[in-house]
Structure formats: C-alpha cells, structure tokens
Design a protein around this ligand. Structure first.
Ligand code: SAM
Length: 271
C-alpha cells in the first residue's frame, strides 16, 4: 500500500483488522505523512544502508524508510499485526519483518551478518515509551557495529538526554560511543491514539566501539545516586576502593553523576 500514513489508509487498515492500539506495547501510530517524511530526512539513509526498525506497527514509517534504504529489517512484538502488515507492506521487496521482542535480538551477530551486504547499519524507531531506556541500553551495550540510532522518544526524555549537564548511566553509555543530537520536535497530535505529551527525534552518531566493562561499573556507581562514588563502588572494589579512586584521580566524595566518561573508562581498567 502506498502512503500508509495517509489518514484514509490508516483508518481503512485499523478498521478492516479491528485493531485497537495495545497500551501494553506502547502503541501510538504515526498518522501524518509529512512528519514521517521529515523524520526519514533527518536520518540521511541511502541505498547502501540497512535500517533496523523496532516496532513497525502498521508499517507507516517502514514504508517511507524502504524508499531510501537498501533494506529494512523490522522487529515487531505484537503478532496481531501479522495480517495487517502483510497487506500494508507485502509489496515492498526490501522490507523484512520478524515477529520477536527486540530485547531478545542478538544484535551484534545480526549487525555483523548485515554488514556483509550493506555499508552502514542504522536503527530507526518510533520507540514504545514504556521501554525506551531498556531498548537504548540493549542497543548500546550490545557492542554492535552500528553507524547511528534515530529514535522518537518523549520530549522530556529527549531534552534530558541531550542536556550536557544531565548524567545517567544511559548518557554515559551514549557518550562513550559517539554523540547525541536533538533532531526534531514532534507534536502529540500526529499520533493515534495521541499520547499525553509531545515527542522528539534524537540522533546518536556512533564512531567508537562500546567497552562492555562499562555496563557493570555504571550500574554499580548509580546504584544509590545520592551516595558518593566511594560508597557505591565499595561493593565492587572492596578494601581497594580508596586506592583505585586515587589512581584514577577521582575525588571520593563526588556523586556518580559528577564523574566524567573518562573517569568511568579509567575505572574499568581496575576491574
Ligand atoms: N512504527 C510505528 C509508527 O511509527 O506508527 C509504530 C510505533 S509504536 C510507538 C511502537 C511499536 O513498537 C508498536 O508497534 C509495538 O507493538 C512495538 N513494540 C513494543 N515493544 C516492542 C518490543 N519489545 N520489541 C519489538 N517491538 C515492540
């Protein structure tokens, strides 16, 4: 089907398949073609690129991605969407749909396989908001050789993640592999059903390999955000904690969000 996001097409599909958006899967479908085209423009994908899309829904974004990308590999958790996706995307030969929870996808191996045929692999997703952080962490900690991630998230989340003064395990993970930009604001009115808040597209450009030791050290350091880094890391380095912090030139009274990514990378060398 051409222009799935046109209101008449979306309504036809939703009615024909008696589809009620499932809250438990964070389903808010994009229903504005112009917005989708603008989102695709921000990704700068081309025919040498394979896009991995998380949650195609009824296929509105997938369709527009397929015009620009070499291949679009979609992971959808909701098997109720099988018939509707057959009708909406069946004619697009460069779209492949796998019904699987994205959090269980072995991303590193998948990307390695796709890299045999495509120069760049990037992720594009209108993310289900209930697991935004889990999905972004799953992608980043997989160590997959991706070029970029383009994700629609809640506006407040986008503003936090792109604020240089805000630090969390996720922002440190992002900083360790590349940089993040706020690419576009998206009104809540272009979704059906409309979410409570506006959204935004963030773009993460990746040019470094993820250090897998970072995951554990960040989780431990932020276990109790209000405590000092010394107190949080006592569980990791035990009676060596003072010594390790000194060798890394980290002041032990600092809170976990006051450290820098270089501090955390130094700490991984003592694990
Ligand atoms: N891409 C569509 C669009 O823009 O209209 C739908 C976006 S909707 C916000 C999120 C989509 O992600 C839904 O289709 C939902 O079923 C799917 N989803 C939710 N959790 C998922 C998971 N763990 N793995 C894969 N897909 C998931």
């Amino acid at each position: 089907m051409k222009d799935i996001a046109k209101k008449s097409n979306t309504m036809y599909l939703l009615e024909k398949y008696q589809l009620q958006a499932a809250k438990k899967f964070g389903q808010n479908f994009l229903i504005d073609l112009n917005t989708i085209k603008k989102i695709v423009e921000t990704t700068h994908i081309d025919k040498q690129t394979c896009v991995i899309e998380i949650g195609p829904g009824i296929g509105a974004l997938s369709e527009q991605l397929s015009y620009h990308a070499g291949h679009v590999l979609c992971y959808e958790i909701d098997t109720r969407l099988e018939d509707v996706l057959k009708e909406s995307l069946g004619e697009f030969k460069n779209i492949e749909i796998i019904f699987q929870d994205f959090l269980t996808v072995p991303l590193k191996e998948t990307v390695e396989r796709l890299k045999q045929d495509y120069q760049n692999i990037c992720i594009v997703a209108n993310l289900p908001y209930y697991i935004t952080t889990d999905i972004l962490e799953h992608i980043l900690t997989s160590g997959a050789a991706l070029s970029s991630i383009h994700a629609m998230v809640q506006k407040e989340v986008a503003l936090k993640l792109t604020d240089p003064n805000y630090h969390s395990p996720l922002t440190f993970m992002i900083e360790s592999v590349g940089d993040i930009h706020l690419d576009m604001m998206v009104s809540k009115n272009v979704f059906s059903p409309a979410p409570r808040v506006d959204s935004a597209i963030i773009g993460i450009h990746i040019d470094k390999t993820y250090n897998p030791l970072l995951t554990g050290i960040l989780k431990q350091s932020f276990q109790q955000k209000r405590k000092t880094i010394y107190n949080n890391l006592k569980n990791v380095f035990h009676d060596q904690t003072k010594d390790v912090l000194q060798k890394c030139q980290i002041i032990e009274q600092k809170r976990p969000e006051e450290l820098t990514i270089d501090d955390y990378l130094k700490l991984t060398q003592f694990l």
